[in-house]
Each structure stands twice: as structure tokens, then as C-alpha cells.
Write a protein of this length. Structure first.
Length: 239
């Protein structure tokens, strides 16, 4: 639910690889894969035609057959794009992602309608992401909602900064890439938590945080310690 200064509910999404998710299989429809490209270390962007409207920040459930419980993935495409883009990492012992990585154009996939409450509101915001947690912010940016938005984007490797060139071009100085293991000009040497800890916070109304659970919890604690209201931090966790 949106509030005057942000989003008061912190939605938490389940893992993309753990078993036990409950999802109505009758809501899954067949889609045809149109592309599946490697965009980072063991990171893929899978695409298929879009047949529904969605809000940037929402997710879909995907599976290959009705015997394998669906897993949840953030949409990484814009609301006007003809294709749906899904960003995922291969989890080597996962039930689904190794098979998703093998998909080719023409293969069939089962997909749910979009769902979820991870979304931004109007006004200045700071987006913070690590790994494939960048997906909802790709969607927001491609949907034209970059005015007043800052992005702190973290990865262990430079190659893992998915869509770095796009964000550099679209956000300019409002884009802060961070890399903990490699160095490059214009890239902060460290994690997003270190970037936030080491400077005065920007004048924004809310913080949206998406990534692995440790980063999200650490970032939330840092922001609250710096005086940010709990109500002004909205997070989505990838377990």
C-alpha cells in the first residue's frame, strides 16, 4: 500500500530455487521463448512475447512443466516492450534454472500473469540492487520512470553489472556502480552497503532495495541507523 512518503509494506518474495512454493498451476499459460542470451557470469536474459499489462517491479512464476513447482522471477522489461524479459542466474543444484539456461527460441515455457507489490512511487527515490536484483529497476527505467531516481548497483565482478552501459547512459551521474572484487574507472571499489555507509545520504523520499537477503537486511539496518524511517524502505529479498 502506498503512503504519502513511500511504500509502507515491505514485500518479501520467496526463493527462486527452494521447493515448497504454492502456486495454482491452472493459472500458468504456455509462452514461446524468442531469445535466451548470456548477459553476465552464469546470468541469462530470457524473452517471450508479452500478452498482459503489468506494473514495473512485478514478477511472474515460471516453470517448464506442471510437475515442477513454479519459481518467481522479476520482470526486467518495460511496460511498452513487446517482449517480456526475465533475468536469472544459474543455480547449479537448482530444479529449474539449469534447464532454463538450455532453452532456445521456439521452446515452450509456462508462465503466470504478473503479480507482486514491489513498486516505486512518484518523487525522488534511491534504488539499490545486487546481482539479478537489478531486474525490477531495469523494468522501471525502461518504463520511463527515471526522473529523480538514483541507482546504486552492486556486483562481485564488472561483468556482473548487468545493463551497466544502459544505466550509465540513461542516469548519468545518478548511477553508481559498485564492484567488490574488480576495479574500473567510475566504479566504486566495494559493496553498495559500503557506498551508503561512507557518505551523506541523498535527498530522496524512499529507498527501494532488491537483492540477496544478507544485503537487504544489512542495507535496511544501515539506512535506519542513518535516520531513514522504516516506512520509507521497501525491499524485495532473493533468498
Amino acid at each position: 500500500m502506498e503512503a504519502e512518503k513511500g511504500l509502507r509494506i515491505i514485500p518479501v518474495r520467496g526463493s527462486t530455487e527452494r521447493t515448497g512454493h504454492r502456486f495454482d498451476p491452472t493459472r500458468l499459460d504456455e509462452v514461446v521463448v524468442t531469445a535466451n542470451r548470456l548477459v553476465g557470469p552464469d546470468t541469462f536474459m530470457l524473452s517471450f512475447p508479452r500478452s498482459w499489462e503489468f506494473v514495473p517491479g512485478q514478477s511472474v512464476a515460471l516453470t517448464l512443466d506442471r510437475e515442477v513447482p513454479p519459481r518467481f522471477y522479476s520482470i526486467a522489461s518495460g511496460t511498452k516492450d513487446e517482449q517480456v524479459d526475465i533475468l536469472f542466474d544459474i543455480v547449479q543444484d537448482g530444479l529449474l534454472t539449469p534447464r532454463l539456461a538450455q532453452m532456445r527460441p521456439g521452446d515452450l515455457l509456462l508462465c503466470s500473469p504478473p503479480f507482486g507489490a514491489f513498486r516505486d512511487a512518484k518523487g525522488p527515490s534511491c534504488w539499490i540492487a545486487t546481482g539479478t536484483g537489478i531486474a525490477p529497476f531495469i523494468s522501471m527505467a525502461r518504463s520511463g520512470t527515471t526522473e529523480g531516481k538514483l541507482l546504486v548497483h552492486g556486483s562481485k565482478t564488472l561483468e556482473g553489472l548487468v545493463e551497466r552501459d544502459y544505466f550509465t547512459q540513461s542516469l548519468g551521474a545518478r548511477y553508481s556502480p559498485c564492484c567488490s572484487r574488480e576495479k574500473d574507472q567510475g566504479v566504486f571499489a566495494g559493496r553498495p552497503t559500503q557506498w551508503i555507509e561512507g557518505r551523506e545520504l541523498p535527498p530522496v523520499e524512499r529507498y527501494l532495495v532488491c537483492g540477496n537477503s544478507l544485503m537487504v537486511v544489512d542495507m535496511r539496518d544501515i539506512l535506519i541507523a542513518k535516520g531513514i524511517s522504516f516506512d520509507d524502505v521497501v525491499a524485495e529479498i532473493y533468498f
